[in-house]
Design a protein around this ligand. Sequence first.
Ligand SMILES: [Zn+2]
Length: 83
Amino acid sequence: MLSCKQTTELASNRLDAPITGWQKLGVGLHLALCANCRRYAKQLKFLQRVFTNADNQALGPLLSDEARQRIRQKLQDAGNHDD
Ligand SMILES: [Zn+2]
């Protein structure tokens, strides 16, 4: 069973690198049991969508490079919340 820290770290890492099937399974299992990480993952998903859209197309002109950098930083900070 993954810890909350491991789960949020894996969830954050998905922004940069794909995770393995086993890791995905572990995260899914943890999220099913842990409301805190579920909330975090939901937030992350939202930010991830904004971030991806910003990189890809329509929202691109709306977000400066600096804003994207800030979002990335925020996601990393959020992943380290229970240190
Ligand atoms: Zn958790």
